[in-house]
Design a protein around this ligand. Structure first.
Ligand SMILES: Nc1ncnc2c1ncn2[C@@H]1O[C@H](COP(=O)(O)OP(=O)(O)OP(=O)(O)O)[C@@H](O)[C@H]1O
Length: 279
C-alpha cells in the first residue's frame, strides 16, 4: 500500500471533530452494553479504543458510525448531532471499515470501491471526481490490479485493503475502523500504521495490540465491561495500574523511538488464594 502523500486522493481530506457525550447503548429491553462514554477529538486526532474481549469496543464504534442510535447522550461530528443528519450526509462525514459483511461477497473489487462514492453527488463533475477518488484510493491501497476480481476470492489481507480503499474513496472527515490490521502480514501491518498516521482525517480505531495503539494513535480510550476506564493522550494514559485494572495483566512499559513498547505477564496468584484453592 502506498503511504506517501503523492498517492492520496487528489481532493484534500477535510478532517472533522468528533465528540461523544455521556453515550449509552444497549439492545431493546436490556441493560446498556456501554454507558457513560465521553470523549472529544479535534480534527486530525487519532483515537484507539482498547479493552478486553467483550468490553464494548465494537458496540461503541457502531454508535459512532450511526448504526446504533444512542439510548442516552449524543455523538457530534463537526459540531452537528449525528442523528440530525440525513443518512447520506452522515455517510459523507463518517466512513467505516468493518470486518467483511456477507453482502460484500457479490461484488468485484472495482464495484466495492465504487460503492464508496454512493453518498456523493452524481452529475458529470461528480462522477469525474468520484472516478479520480476511486482510482487514487485503489492505488493507495495497492488493489488496482485486483479491480476485476470477485471480492470473495481475495485473501484476508487483500480484502482488508479493498475495504480500506472503499472507505478512502468515500473521502470522509472521520474514518472509523474495527481492528484494521487483522489479516495483514508484517509488511502490510507496518504500512497500515504509516497510512493511518498519514491520513488527513480524524481516525477512530479499535485495536487489541497496545503497541500498535501507541504507534497509531494520539489518544486512547480504555473500555472495560461497557464502562470508560480512561480517555487521554496515549503515553500519559496507558499506565501499568490502568492496564492491570482493565486487562488483568501486569505490564512493563518502555519507550521505543517516539512510541511505547509493552511487555505483559499474568499477575502472580496471591499466596492465600492458592492456599485456598488447594484446600
Ligand atoms: N446486539 C446485541 N445484543 C446483545 N448483546 C450484544 C449485542 N451486541 C454486542 N453484544 C454483547 O455486548 C458485549 C460487547 O460486545 P462488543 O462486540 O462490543 O465487544 P468488543 O469489546 O468489541 O469485543 P471483542 O474484543 O471480543 O471483539 C458482548 O458481551 C456481546 O456479546
Amino acid at each position: 500500500m502506498q503511504t506517501g502523500s503523492g498517492a492520496g486522493p487528489e481532493k484534500p481530506d477535510v478532517a472533522l471533530s468528533l465528540e461523544a457525550t455521556d453515550l449509552a447503548w444497549g439492545p431493546p429491553g436490556r441493560a446498556p452494553l456501554i454507558s457513560g462514554v465521553s470523549f472529544a477529538l479535534t480534527p486530525g486526532d487519532r483515537l484507539a479504543i482498547v479493552g478486553p474481549n467483550g468490553a464494548g469496543k465494537s458496540t461503541l464504534l457502531r454508535c459512532l458510525y450511526r448504526l446504533h442510535r444512542p439510548l442516552a447522550g449524543a455523538v457530534r461530528v463537526g459540531g452537528t448531532d449525528l442523528w440530525s443528519l440525513a443518512p447520506r450526509l452522515a455517510a459523507r462525514k463518517i466512513a467505516a471499515v468493518l470486518q467483511e459483511a456477507p453482502g460484500d461477497f457479490a461484488f468485484t473489487v472495482q464495484e466495492m470501491v465504487d460503492a464508496g462514492r454512493t453518498p456523493h453527488a452524481g452529475g458529470i463533475a461528480g462522477r469525474a471526481a468520484g472516478a479520480r477518488a476511486v482510482a487514487a484510493a485503489m492505488r493507495r491501497m495497492e488493489v488496482s490490479h485486483l479491480a476485476g476480481r470477485a471480492f470473495s476470492t481475495l485473501s484476508g489481507g487483500e480484502k482488508q485493503r479493498a475495504l480500506i480503499a472503499r472507505a478512502l474513496a468515500q473521502e470522509p472527515g472521520v474514518l472509523v475502523l474495527d481492528e484494521p490490521t487483522n489479516h495483514l502480514d508484517i509488511r502490510h501491518r507496518l504500512e497500515a500504521v504509516e497510512l493511518l498516521r498519514g491520513l488527513a482525517m480524524t481516525i477512530v480505531t479499535t485495536l487489541h495490540d497496545l503497541d500498535m495503539a501507541a504507534d497509531v494513535a494520539s489518544k486512547v480510550l480504555v473500555l472495560r465491561a461497557g464502562r470508560q476506564m480512561a480517555f487521554g493522550p496515549v503515553s500519559g494514559t496507558l499506565q501499568p495500574a490502568l492496564i492491570r485494572q482493565s486487562f488483568d495483566v501486569e505490564a512493563e512499559i518502555a519507550p521505543r523511538g517516539p512510541s511505547l513498547r509493552f511487555d505483559y505477564r499474568l499477575p502472580e496468584r496471591r499466596a492465600d488464594s492458592s492456599a485456598e484453592s488447594s484446600e
